[in-house]
Design a protein. Structure first.
Length: 225
C-alpha cells in the first residue's frame, strides 16, 4: 500500500513539473514577443513611415455561425485607411485558399474594392496558409524586405516578430480589436501560437509553398500558388 502511495506521489510530482515547465514556456514566449515588438507597432496611420507595400493578414469574412467576422472588417478598414493616407502604394492580401470554397484573399479584395481601392494595387497571395508563410513569402515571393503588417495588435506582435527573425524590417499597423468577450477564443489560441513560433525557429520551418518572384508594381496584381 505504501509503495502504491509513493508511486502516485512520484507521478504527481512529475505531472506538476511538466505543467510548470509548460506554463513557464508559454509565459516566456509571450513576453519575448511582446517586448521585442513593442517599438514596431502603431495605432495611428500618421505615425507609419511610407512603405512600398503593406500586407493584410487573412481571416474569414464570416464566422462559422454565419455572422460577420469583426476581425475581418476591422482589418479591411485599417488597410484602406493606410492606403488612402498615402502610407503604402500596394497591398498584399495574404490568406488561405486551400479549396475552391474558401478564399480569404479574394474576400479581402472584394471588400477593399468597396473602399475605392483599385484592383491594380492589390496583390493576392493565395498561399498565406499561416502567419509564418505570409511573412516569409512577402520577402521571398514579393521582394519586400521592409513592409507594414496590417492586423489586430495581438496578431501584429507575432507577425512582426516572425518577420524580423527572418530578416524583414516589418512594422505593424494595428486594426481595431474586438470586444474581450467576443475574442476570447482567438486570444487563448494566440497564446499558444506564440509558443509555436519558437518551435518553428528551432526546426527552421519554411512556408509550404514558394514559387516565382512577383515584381510589385510591374507584374500582374494576382498570384496563384
Amino acid at each position: 500500500m505504501k509503495k502504491k502511495k509513493h508511486l502516485v506521489r512520484f507521478f504527481l510530482k512529475i505531472l506538476l513539473i511538466l505543467i510548470s515547465a509548460i506554463a513557464l514556456l508559454v509565459i516566456v514566449s509571450n513576453m519575448v514577443i511582446v517586448l521585442h515588438t513593442r517599438n514596431f507597432l502603431f495605432d495611428q496611420a500618421s505615425d507609419i513611415p511610407r512603405h512600398k507595400a503593406g500586407i493584410v493578414l487573412g481571416t474569414s469574412r464570416n464566422l462559422k455561425s454565419g455572422e460577420p467576422n469583426t476581425y475581418f472588417y476591422h482589418r479591411m478598414s485599417a488597410a484602406a485607411e493606410l492606403y488612402h493616407a498615402g502610407k503604402v502604394d500596394f497591398l498584399i492580401l495574404s490568406g488561405d485558399n486551400r479549396t475552391v470554397y474558401y478564399n480569404e484573399p479574394e474576400q479581402m479584395r472584394r471588400e477593399l474594392v468597396k473602399y475605392n481601392i483599385a484592383d491594380t494595387v492589390l496583390y493576392l497571395d493565395y498561399a498565406g496558409l499561416r502567419t509564418l508563410d505570409s511573412m516569409i513569402r512577402s520577402k521571398e515571393i514579393f521582394g519586400q524586405d521592409s513592409i507594414v503588417v496590417i492586423s489586430q495588435k495581438f496578431h501584429n506582435q507575432r507577425a512582426v516578430f516572425v518577420a524580423r527573425v527572418n530578416g524583414i524590417k516589418a512594422i505593424g499597423f494595428n486594426a481595431t480589436d474586438v470586444s474581450p468577450g467576443q475574442g476570447i477564443r482567438v486570444q487563448v489560441r494566440e497564446i499558444f501560437a506564440r509558443v509555436k513560433v519558437f518551435l518553428d525557429i528551432i526546426t527552421r520551418k519554411k512556408p509550404r509553398h514558394l514559387g516565382e518572384m512577383i515584381n510589385i508594381g510591374k507584374t500582374t496584381s494576382t498570384i496563384s500558388e
